[in-house]
Write a protein that binds this ligand. Sequence first.
Ligand code: ZN
Ligand code: CU
Length: 512
Amino acid sequence: MTIDLLIRDAEVFDGSGAPPRRADVAVDGDRITGIGSLRADARREIDAGGLALSPGFIDVHTHDDYAALVHPDMAFKVCGGVTTCIVGNCGLGAAPWPVAAFQARAFHPQHDLPEWDGYAGYLRQLDATPPSLNVGALIGHGTLRLGAMNNEARAPEPAEMERLRAGVREGLDAGAFGLSTGLIYDPGRHAKTDELIELTSELRGSGALYATHMRDEGTGLLESVREAIEIGERAGVPVQISHHKASGRDAWGLVHDSLGLIESAQARGVDVHADQYPYTAGSTVLAAVVTMLDAPDRKSGGRSENLVPADVVIATAAGHPEWEGRSIAELMPELGLDGPATCRHVLEHAPQTTVVMHSMDEADVQTVMRHPSTMIGSDGLPTPEGRPHPRLYGTFARVLGHYSRDLGLFPLEEAVWRMTGFAARKFGLSDRGAVREGAFADLVLFDPATVIDVGTFEEPNAYPAGIVHVWVNGVPVVSNGKHTHARPGRALRRTTALRDTTALRDTDAPRT
Ligand code: ZN
Ligand code: CU
């Protein structure tokens, strides 16, 4: 019998956290069919020469809902070894249309955005025009709320609540992996804890999770983590804290306590984990940052991240490339305006402007990364036309090369676990995130000695080094570092309620 592919002599990291072992890996169709010392006739044979073979990376925190359709090659992800993206984070979801398309304009100002009906329609669109990688969706609370009741700063009326619930149910029935919130953004910030518990309760028993960009990642971090845990605990649903960090100087160091809150919640049986991108700078839309400069005192309605204008650098400003790469502090004297007024001026001319905020402490980034509750998610904003935060391209290579190999934060097998097996288990992605017989052949062959992120804040649009071959569902999408233009990705749907909280908790620590 002739199989499709035989990868010979690889250092196999199976995604479980176990140390690597030297083996051949056989692939037939879309599945891994053998691991070991293999003899087989194969249509294609690759001599790995001892390079690392691991499950394809799972980017659990993305905003690629529309990117998967308008940039279906997804080169900024697959060339870095990513084979699956979870979209719909931070409350920004793919339905209902046209609210979803309106929000997505921030990332895709110069593209026509396609139309569909609900999450079922979105996933069918991906089925019909597949991207190069797999996509699983979260239901965006903010998008649903904007569709149900515009940007009203109040609790939903009963009829509005019914529309929100119906939206959540539609997404779940379509196969979404969870519900996400963005509680610093309009309209998510108008939602009180009770509303979120009520909606999250719709997920109970389904295996889907609650993922949250919390209300305050500054000095209010601990209250935010408590709220996230309370929502999951009272709804009886697993929790994923998005991009765990302490943002703004006054908040630095709080991650020790926020990690403590996660630990104590886990100890009483709550299924709570987090994701993180490996940088000391964040990135979002400028519109969400103005308030941070405006009113540093949270009680006055502003936020507690106390950013100064020099911390905030314009990433992508449609129609104003001359602003890209420059900080608000640099623009202030030119415009003769103060920080908030400069932001408003920029927003008047380029409403969809995105920014990079240099707001975190390196020690905190490492403290969070080392913690067993943390998996990896890029939070990349898919704006390759501008100057996006380099995390869009480099997140996974940076954890492998910089944090694991160069700084020795953890062994390579643990780095791989945090971006494959751990993520697949938390999100309930069946038969992915593992190199084992019968699993889908989402694979990446990389050189542990040279893998590294290459993009910088000045020149972010660069593919990482050391990523040699990438397969999605058995099909090569990157070959010798070059995109093959194949588009074998699939719309993933939550299949069963296969997760149970204790099972995940017991296997948090990689098996070594
Ligand atoms: Zn976010
Ligand atoms: Cu995000």
